[in-house]
Design a binder for this molecule. Sequence first.
Ligand SMILES: *Cc1c(COP(=O)(O)O)cnc(C)c1O
Length: 372
Amino acid sequence: MNSSTTTSGLAFEVRLSPQRKTPQERAALLENPGFGNVFTDHMVTVRYTESRGWHDAQLEPYGPLILDPATAALHYAQEIFEGLKAYRHPDGTIACFRPEANAARFNRSARRMAMPELPEELFIGAIETLIQHDGEWVPTQENSSLYLRPYMFATDVGLGVNNPSRSYLFVLIASPSGPYFSGGIKPVTVWLSEDYTRAAPGGTGEAKFAGNYAASFLAQAQAVEKGCDQVVWLDALEHRWVEEMGGMNLFFVFGSGDDVRLLTPELTGTLLPGITRDSLLKLSSELGIAAEEGRISTEQWRAAAQSGELTEVFACGTAAVITPVGHVKGSGGEFSISDGTPGPLTMRLREELVALQYGTRPDTHGWVRKVG
Ligand SMILES: *Cc1c(COP(=O)(O)O)cnc(C)c1O
């Protein structure tokens, strides 16, 4: 069946999959989907050309993209992406958490990579259209959600290297995901990377740009070789100032009880401005917890952990929400954060955020947007 639904301006042509999963097949896939392995029945595509702007918005069966071997993105990596989730609320409705912030960041990434911006209503409209047809894929189990992956890449055909592409494809796919941590929340051990750099001033560190990830895999492999779970990125100039952990932002907790204080590395242009990071900064100040953006070096980190002044460290991002950091290793040896177990503020902030996302606590921020 072909039909068309209009969402804020551009009409989405709807081409339903002739091979939709049956309710039984879907239930089997939703039982233990893991992360990023299972995909829904449909995807959204929207095309851009210089002459026509954004056009040809479609909901279509999930399936392979056919690309010319000379497609620009395959050669020069002009590709950006986003990551957000659709959550099942207790009343059965489906909501996203601050999707407008993802749309805005997508456009900041687009500007950095000399790509066209996508109107916010098209970004949100793509999500609403996909949820309208694949909403049954949003899991109902606790701590499960439908991970949404919008992305855009250069589709000009040719090897000319001097100019950005003049045509692009926007795609939205969706992947049901289970609890990120099967078997409870386990603190990670991190490796302070001095051999590799994620981002340098003037570079692409602040954009959600695919190449940042390609450049990180070797450092992540080194971290694993050193017996760690994740790599911690330091600044490119001095290899001292802490920036991020893998694909997540970091928070440091000093003191305890009424004197507790949070610090997160400031946005210098080389860090990815996480929406979880921003939400936690706002949530903590509402909860009466002092929270600041600043700098922390690896020496300060070690000294404060050893003196006991530093009580907790955690990383945050959409996929895993909040991950405690228990142990730290680097060229100068290793140390633990308190007794290496998840701290009370780490767990409290996690609970507060998850409650908002899953709709079990009232949203007083206008962060929750119903999409189905
Ligand atoms: C996406 C991402 C984050 C986390 O951003 P959220 O909006 O909180 O999901 C942090 N660091 C990097 C490098 C990222 O790509």
